[in-house]
Design a protein around this ligand. Structure first.
Ligand code: ASP
Ligand code: MG
Length: 407
């Protein structure tokens, strides 16, 4: 019998009525002849509440106890979902991470999964019982509860689907699929029937919030077919698949944006070997990720400007470090700017088509939008612009790449 994994996110299990509704989706798949394993998030808002308790009790808390507390949200929903299934005649039982087990490393708060032993779940499925597994949690080799990082229950679903050899992993959420762009901003955005793993990975890492980035990477590595769909409508959503499953590939499949970046310009840095190393080394050592970087050759061979982006949440820490080190770095000025957004156009079709960047720059120029930074990968072009132009830029690019839905 084919196995599918169904994962329900926080809004899909946000209250008892919603849990009951999600349970009917499980029952539907069981009646369609599947062996179904369920993964649940905590009720929407619950994990934030638990994190708040931990921080209030001890801001410098022991990460192991942080995990013990925050993993509890999923324990509640797993038990409630098993009960809701039993109520409608579907045999079910809950599993916590350690009961599966889902084994992780011991980096508490953002643990990595090292092994999933599927035997207990498979035995449960073979007695026609639905296992309901807590998302987000695992167990360390020394037997402590661990969590996989915020949003990690998508990842739990993917690793279980891989371990069970599932035909598909359905991610039930409050939107009905992956869109060409955020439909709250671009009214003409369209739902995609299919998207490739690589595109989805770029979309997620460039700011699209529908799927957790690491879960897409893991699905890609293990070739787990993912579907993103709405719990509330149950209509077919978006399939995340291999490139060869997509017959007519668009050049650009989607446009993502992120408000999470901030820009720093080091004005008048000495133009000599070792300056970039001296600048970025300490940032990296302090776990501050740098994304886009631009540096021009200096015209006098003496001084040059260097601009880069960091996460907004890291801006003040980064500035402090740069200012503290500026005696040796030697910049004339350090200029931060957090009023910026990053807009990215993404599509595997870029590999084989010329002119994709030109279309982007022209569309922005036509609207009088200044580009501050540019970075590219094989299937993505990102620009940093003023946050005032976000909506205008997204709509203009959506039209320029022919993504608008028909009227
Ligand atoms: N409950 C966890 C969180 O809010 C995991 C998840 O929902 O994916 O981050
Ligand atoms: Mg969530």
């Amino acid at each position: 019998m084919a196995v599918i994994v169904q994962k329900f996110g926080g809004t899909s299990v946000g209250d008892l009525e919603r849990i009951a509704r999600a349970a009917t989706r499980v029952k539907g798949a069981v009646e369609a002849g599947y062996q179904v394993a369920v993964v649940v998030s905590a009720m929407a808002g619950e994990t934030d509440r638990l994190v708040g308790f931990v921080n209030e009790t001890d801001p410098g808390h022991d990460r192991r106890e942080y995990d013990a507390v925050v993993a509890s949200g999923e324990q509640v929903t797993a038990g409630l979902m098993a009960l809701a299934l039993q109520r409608i005649g579907v045999p079910a039982r809950s599993f916590q991470g350690w009961q599966v087990p889902i084994i992780t490393d011991d980096i508490h708060g953002r643990a990595r999964v090292s092994e999933v032993r599927p035997e207990n779940l498979q035995a449960c499925l073979d007695t026609s019982t639905v296992p309901v597994v807590t998302g987000f949690q695992g167990v360390t080799p020394s037997g402590r509860v661990s969590t996989l990082g915020r949003g990690g229950s998508d990842l739990s679903a993917v690793v279980l689907a891989a371990a069970l050899g599932a035909e598909r992993c359905d991610i039930y959420t409050d939107v009905d699929g992956v869109y060409t762009c955020d439909p709250r901003i671009v009214a003409k955005a369209r739902k995609l029937d299919k998207i490739t793993y690589e595109e989805m990975l770029e979309m997620a890492s460039q700011g699209a919030k529908v799927l957790h980035t690491r879960s897409v990477a893991t699905a890609m590595n293990h070739r787990v077919r993912l579907q993103v769909l709405s719990t509330f409508t149950g209509a077919p959503g978006t399939l995340v698949v291999d490139e060869d499953e997509i017959v007519e590939q668009q050049v650009v499949s989607g446009i993502a944006y992120s408000r999470d970046d901030a820009k720093i310009t080091m004005v008048g840095l000495p133009d000599r070997p070792g300056v970039a190393a001296a600048l970025f080394g300490p940032l990296a050592a302090n776990d501050i990720n740098v994304d886009m970087i631009i540096q021009n050759i200096s015209d006098d061979g003496e001084r040059t400007d260097l601009t880069f982006t960091v996460a907004k949440g890291d801006l003040s820490r980064a500035l402090k470090m740069l200012e503290d080190n500026n005696d040796s770095l030697g910049a004339a000025r350090i200029e931060p700017d957090s009023r910026v957004v990053k807009v990215s156009v993404i599509g595997v079709g870029m590999r084989s088509h010329a002119g994709v960047a030109g279309t982007m720059f022209q569309a922005l120029a036509d609207k009088g939008i200044n580009i501050q930074l540019i970075s590219t990968s094989e299937i993505k072009i990102s620009v940093l612009i003023s946050e005032d132009y976000l909506e205008l830029a997204l709509r203009a690019l959506h039209t320029a790449y022919g993504l608008d839905a028909a009227e």
